[in-house]
Design a protein around this ligand. Sequence first.
Ligand code: HEC
Ligand code: HEC
Length: 262
Amino acid sequence: MRISQLVLCVMLLLVPFAANHAQQDQPSITQLLNEPFLDDYYSNVVYGYEIVTNTQEHASRYVGNSLNCSNCHLQAGTQKDALPLNVAGMYPKWRAKNGKRNGIGLRIRECFLYSMDGIMPTEDAPEVLAIAAYITYLSQGQVLGAEPEGRGVPTIPDTGYDPNPANGRAVYLAQCASCHGQQGKGLGQMPAVWGGDSYNKGAGMNRIQMAAGFIWANMPLGNAKSLSYQQALDVSAYLNLQYRPADPNDSKFLKLLEHLIN
Ligand code: HEC
Ligand code: HEC
């Protein structure tokens, strides 16, 4: 074998290792959880992961309902079409909802205020910084500024019919109540979808299109994409009619009363 052939063989042998190395750049969360010692960055990433998956325990001081971030950001924020959190490269970004340019920190804090029906942590709260570190970790490999595949939820195409809450009630009772309860409060470990322990009226999930996209792509859990687009719209319209905490922007006084009653 000539020298040049030998060099080529060795290079070809090394290729898989090189590729492997690129993929393994970043330890998995399971690996990190088993490490006896973590540097500052990774300990923050793990803390962020813990808050996202068990918000009730790790960020309770900011939470007003019984949800965890991962009840909506499925699989700890790693699932496409289920509001994945690998979006660090998309911020800062203009947002119509609050009429200003949002950094990832504000985006996190707003989900506490609306989706978690809680209070907004300060910008430098350790919980916010940890979640931001986790979001950065999840975003490794994404192209900065480019929309990650499966971001948000799918857009439900126009069906030609208005969302019909009466039909939605029938869908709910047949396909959702077994887990989320007839009264929407959730059964056992299953999260509430309305009532005092659910997201409030200012939350993204309270918009029919958004909820329909989430529900169509992910619910009923274990049998996703089995509803028609119209059924997803109808059941979202039904969820929207139920009682849930007020939008905190509507009235601070109402908000106070709700907390006294609940
Ligand atoms: C009730 C469901 C729900 C819960 C619980 C929830 N979120 Fe969200 N989150 C959403 C929805 C819906 C959106 C998209 C909203 C929009 O675009 O207006 C979103 C968007 C986000 C985004 C921006 C995603 C993107 O694509 O740019 C971040 C970051 C985020 N949430 C973080 C969190 C964190 C952290 C928690 C827990 C403290 C949390 N969320 C809890 C529903 C939820
Ligand atoms: C087999 C049980 C099951 C069924 C049936 C089911 N869900 Fe869910 N749903 C869940 C679980 C569990 C979660 C939270 C997922 C997680 O934490 O990983 C969830 C999350 C949700 C959420 C976001 C979190 C929240 O509580 O607001 C909504 C909205 C939702 N489901 C609506 C529905 C609708 C509408 C249906 C019927 C079409 C349905 N689900 C059927 C188990 C179920």
